[in-house]
Design a protein around this ligand. Structure first.
Ligand code: HEC
Length: 391
């Protein structure tokens, strides 16, 4: 390059630098309304609202671009980094939640496995935002992600309380009346949507995982990706009209975390957060079982030895208190018994493998009641039905 041209390039660069600095200062001046905001972010969200078609109503001018911190300690912007032009599932949780949120998390875990690695983090993103930022630091969230073995494409986030409340209000999942000063009661709050089309829906965590996966992976993508799973009408489940109360309860409240002798059959998506419950009514003392179903949180708090052993074995994820009454508890146990008997019949006819060996391998020493007190610490990753694939 001739000398004078080199000078010209250097000069142009210097001019750009100065211009950049001036712009930056201006941006800083206009961005003061939001404390903690970095320079330049204001300018960025202006372009975001122009670009995002959903933007006229559901764009950067609707969703605040508040900063949040991921479980990996990275600061991100809600609109620009998390939802802009993406298909997302968002829920608001807290890690010490004893009842509803673990169910939501477990359900999403199922959905995550259904969508698979080729979708998660590529064209579908999950976000769980803590509503208890004081307790749920990035470190706490990181441990949670590890304990639950949350896969890729799903980020846990924390931030400033007022920012998170603002987000909940924007999604319509903040109910003023139940927000006492100490209350963490929160509206069950799963929202799925496609920011660029502006299509958002509230969903119940009690929803079937397959339905959710279809809505997130198909409908919200305008079915752009053909299903890779070949389905056969001959294999379609029969329509049943004999679903008992216990089965309904089990499907909506328990199935996200438990199978009943299923690990063998379900194959795909078999990993669950909790133990397989095949013949659990024979393996456990009835009174223990009934109490566990009604108040697992109390039993863990009292350090019941069997409860503690299971808790350790299952990655320190506590079973939630599902607020079941006596009638519901009995109905569920009856369903587990019936379903176990059904599975056993198929085992005896040679139609399927006996799930017991796999359950023993997965739960180890805590399968038998009399070993309840035995501590079996494990950062095992072979727990649950996971291990059932291998034999
Ligand atoms: C969010 C996940 C989750 C949900 C939902 C859940 N459980 Fe559990 N469950 C667990 C975990 C994890 C354990 C192991 C103990 C622990 O870590 O607290 C467990 C343990 C159990 C056990 C003891 C198993 C054994 O080997 O003794 C039974 C029985 C049980 N759950 C039944 C149920 C029933 C019935 C429901 C629905 C009403 C249910 N669970 C809902 C996670 C869950």
């Amino acid at each position: 390059m001739p000398n004078h041209r080199r000078w010209f390039v250097a000069l142009a660069a210097a001019v750009l630098l100065i211009a950049g600095a001036v712009l930056l200062r201006e941006a800083r001046a206009t961005a003061t309304s939001r404390a903690g905001e970095e320079a330049g972010a204001g300018a960025q969200s202006a372009t975001a609202s122009d670009k995002s078609k959903g933007g006229s109503v559901w764009g950067a001018n609707y969703f605040p671009n508040v900063p949040l911190v991921t479980h990996e300690g990275k600061t991100v912007r809600f609109f620009d980094d998390l939802i802009k032009d993406k298909v997302v599932a968002i829920n608001f949780i807290y890690t010490t939640c004893p009842d509803a949120c673990p169910m939501e998390t477990a359900r999403l875990l199922e959905v995550q496995q259904l969508l698979g690695e080729e979708r998660m983090g590529k064209d579908v993103f999950f976000y769980s935002i803590s509503i208890d930022p004081e307790h749920d630091t990035p470190e706490v969230l990181n441990k949670f992600v590890k304990d639950w073995q949350i896969g890729p494409g799903w980020t846990f986030l924390t931030g400033r309380e007022e920012d998170i409340i603002q987000l909940r209000k924007k999604f319509g999942v903040y109910i003023e009346e139940i927000q006492g000063p100490d209350s963490r009661d929160h509206n069950l709050s799963l929202v799925i949507g496609n920011q660029s089309t502006g299509r958002w829906m509230k969903r119940s965590p009690f929803e079937n995982a397959y339905v959710l996966a279809k809505q997130i992976g198909g409908e919200l993508h305008n079915w752009k990706i053909a299903s890779t799973v070949k389905r056969d009408y001959a294999k379609a489940p029969e329509l049943r009209n004999d679903v008992s109360k216990g089965e309904t309860l089990f499907r909506t409240r328990c199935e996200a975390c438990h199978t009943i002798g299923g690990g063998d059959v379900v194959q795909l998506n078999a990993r669950r957060i909790g133990p397989d419950l095949y013949k659990v009514t024979e393996r456990r003392d009835r009174a223990w079982l009934e109490r566990w179903l009604k108040a697992p949180d109390e039993m863990l708090a009292e350090k019941d030895p069997l409860a503690m052993a299971l808790y350790a074995r299952y990655n320190n994820v506590p079973m939630p208190n599902m607020q079941l009454n006596d009638v519901e508890t009995q109905a569920i146990l009856e369903h587990i018994e019936k379903e176990s008997a059904r599975v056993e019949k198929h085992v005896k006819m040679g139609h399927r493998r006996d799930p017991m060996a796999a359950i023993q391998a997965a739960a180890g020493a805590v399968v038998q009641q009399d070993h309840g007190g035995q501590q079996d610490h494990g950062d095992h990753h072979d727990h649950g039905d996971h291990a059932m694939h291998h034999d």
